[in-house]
Design a protein around this ligand. Structure first.
Ligand code: TXA
Ligand code: MG
Length: 337
């Protein structure tokens, strides 16, 4: 098929991206959360190309990305006070709002639902692209369906080489996991997807804790039980259980394995079992910085790294059950489902 160009997000290359987008092509671009695969949100044929490149079912709705100076009411039928409050504090930034859609928003974007997801991304290259394009970009994460989201341009190439014409390189994504999604279309806020922007920060601005999804909550592909998954089986383990788990692995000759962790007790247990920073007969220990935002930042790159090692499976430290960990926890739970 076509060859994929990977170019720095210079003004000239953003110009090239805009030309492609106006012709109804797709372009991968950096955001502060993960790389997106964008198409003109007002062009249904262009949007179809996103589903084809990703291998994603076409009834899954896409997020509409807008420039910082765009009017949200171009895309939504209502802009409630809660949306205004959240947008004024957190936009541009890693927050997606679900709202009643404006009538002209293509079904290809909304998955035929009466709502639309809106996000104003914080990455300066994404904002430059949106301003130069002059419209909105429908964009999911730039990975094959069900796989780990890309947090660098080389990850996108790994996922979509030969399937899209252009990747704009804007470096490693600062946040590292997908945006927090809040549904405001039902008259009260609902958390559809946790992210690095915590539910407590959102509740602080709303003056109300968002509800959890119920049976009436819309379909979210990120809510499929298995999602964001590496190719190899991944299991979450508490520090206190690691030695037992790894000795069973050795007895049943399921080694070598990759072990991912960050806390001292977990890393000590892994080292006591003969795991170190370089690959040996047991496998390899991948050490992450012990900070929830750094873990979010590095998580997908480390999962990809573990996936590429000559190991049979991956064991990762169980994150703590605190609210600030909810985004990381959610992605690891799905990756291990
Ligand atoms: O951080 C992000 O949100 C990244 C970057 C590229 O912006 N995008 C992203 O897109 O994660 P995607 O398609 O991989 O995940 C978007 C989620 C999906 O689970 C989708 O179902 C949900 O948003 N979504 C989009 N529009 C929706 C709508 N109208 N109602 C309910 N859920 C919606
Ligand atoms: Mg995705």
């Amino acid at each position: 098929m076509e060859s994929t160009r990977l170019l720095p997000a210079s003004d000239a290359n953003i110009g090239l991206a805009v030309e492609l987008l106006r012709r109804g092509e797709v372009v991968a671009f950096p955001t502060e959360t993960v790389y997106g695969l964008g198409a003109d949100a007002s062009n249904p044929e262009a949007v179809q190309k996103i589903f084809a490149a990703k291998g994603r079912p076409s009834d899954h709705p896409l997020i509409v990305h807008i420039a910082a100076d765009a009017d949200p009411l171009q895309w939504t039928a209502q802009w409630p006070e809660a949306a205004q409050r959240l947008a004024s504090v957190f936009w541009p930034g890693p927050l997606t709002l679900i709202l009643k859609r404006a009538a002209h928003v293509p079904d290809a974007v909304t998955g035929g639902q009466d709502t639309v997801g809106l996000r104003c991304p914080g990455h300066p290259d994404a904002q430059r692209l949106l301003s130069a394009f002059g419209g909105a970009l429908a964009a999911p994460s730039a990975n094959r369906f069900g796989r780990i989201s890309p947090t660098s341009a080389s990850h996108v190439l790994e996922e979509l080489s030969g399937r899209i014409p252009l990747i704009l390189d804007g470096g490693h994504c600062q946040v590292g996991i997908e945006s927090t999604i809040i549904d405001l279309s039902r008259g009260f806020p609902v958390l559809l997807r946790p992210g690095d922007l915590s539910i407590e920060a959102i509740a602080g601005v709303l003056g109300q804790m968002p509800a959890r999804p119920d049976a009436q909550a819309p379909r979210v592909s990120g809510a499929l039980e298995q999602h964001y998954a590496p190719g190899k089986p991944l299991q979450l383990v508490h520090a206190s259980a690691l030695q037992d788990v790894l000795s069973v692995v050795r007895i049943s000759q399921c080694s070598p394995v990759a072990v991912i962790g960050w806390s001292e007790p977990f890393l000590n247990a892994a080292r006591a079992c003969g795991f170190g920073a370089s690959l040996n007969e047991n496998g390899q220990l991948l050490v992450m910085a012990n900070d929830v935002h750094r873990i979010a930042h590095d998580l997908y790159a480390v999962l990809r790294q573990a996936d590429h090692l000559p190991v049979k499976s991956i064991f990762c430290e169980q994150p703590p059950g605190l609210a600030v960990w909810e985004g990381v926890q959610d992605r690891l739970k799905r990756a291990s489902a």
